[in-house]
Design a protein around this ligand. Sequence first.
Ligand SMILES: NC(=O)c1ccc[n+]([C@@H]2O[C@H](COP(=O)([O-])OP(=O)(O)OC[C@H]3O[C@@H](n4cnc5c(N)ncnc54)[C@H](O)[C@@H]3O)[C@@H](O)[C@H]2O)c1
Length: 353
Amino acid sequence: MYEVLEVKSHIRNYSVLFADSFRESLGKDTQEKRCFFIIDRSIDRIYHEQLRDVLHPGSCFVVDATEEHKSLDYVKAVIKWLLGSDIKRNDRLIALGGGIIQDIAGFVSSILFRGIEWFFYPTTLLAQCDSCIGSKTSLNVGEFKNQLGTYYPPQHIVLDVNFLKTLSTADTRSGLGEIIKVHLLDGPDSLEYIRSEYDHSADPDTLKELIFRSLRIKKTIIEEDEFDKDRRNILNYGHTFGHAIESVTDYKVSHGQAVTVGMDIENYVSFRLQILPQGSLDLMRVPIMKNYPDFQLEEEHIAPLLAALSKDKKNVDENLTVILTRGAGEMIKMKLPLNDRLKEYINDYRKTT
Ligand SMILES: NC(=O)c1ccc[n+]([C@@H]2O[C@H](COP(=O)([O-])OP(=O)(O)OC[C@H]3O[C@@H](n4cnc5c(N)ncnc54)[C@H](O)[C@@H]3O)[C@@H](O)[C@H]2O)c1
């Protein structure tokens, strides 16, 4: 049974608890010591009644989950509120929300008193299946995304899949994109698993299993390379083209869906470079298409896509750094010149969508 997953970290080891009732866990966590809360406004609204008796007046900071709030200015306001509320270094911060709340709460926890205890209750699929482990906290600087940050995992993560019932379709598919990604990274068995189980992901037990499997795959990667020096780079699979898709669609496409298309393009480029056989390309495409059946890359997207690629922060010299593949479980980090040949591949890819 998968009740608890233990993650090893250079900062501290920590645990992910699969709970049937987040409310019960929260009751226990708040009895152990004084707690302060950072809560997503959607969660505060949906669970107002259930949270009423655990959240003491004045102990709760409610946050609108926007990228603008992942900033130093906003973090300063949160810290001012905590200090004004007389937080002490042995108190506990509890965050309830998705990746945005995680980044704000994690960053605050890592710098306040040079590090205070924090617990995380992820409420989006992306946060449950992916971002909750891995230790990273990230803030934006203006339009420069995730350029500031620390490594500071929560002491404890409580994961209740019941939260996911109220998520929008776009946010659900965003999380499913990251689930597909780690299954393709893992190998042929995991590719087979996601190929057959994707269609059942609306079932809470199947989703719980998919989340557990995704965290277990990510755990082996981050335990080997927590500080992203080498092996962890493969988690960027789909992200070079994914970020460019987000940028040209003005972030109307959710992150995980952009990564879904990004993986498809990176696979297609691998195929054209004769690294990936046609059969593997087609097989890997099955779960990808399920997660973004209506995606269409338009001709007018090509030039802005190339411009966005040329600004990717992973670029070295004139080369694009990208994760290509020989098949499920066989990823390779490569540098690709942004030249006419690559343009031709992207254009040909467009005709396949
Ligand atoms: N630190 C990391 O390791 C890491 C990793 C991946 C992504 N991120 C960051 O995570 C952010 C994206 O996070 P996300 O995709 O989890 O979403 P999010 O935090 O942006 O939230 C998305 C929307 O869902 C709402 N919401 C949250 N929980 C809900 C629920 N249970 N029911 C209904 N609505 C709910 C929020 O209010 C918001 O409107 C990005 O800023 C990204 O950079 C961080």
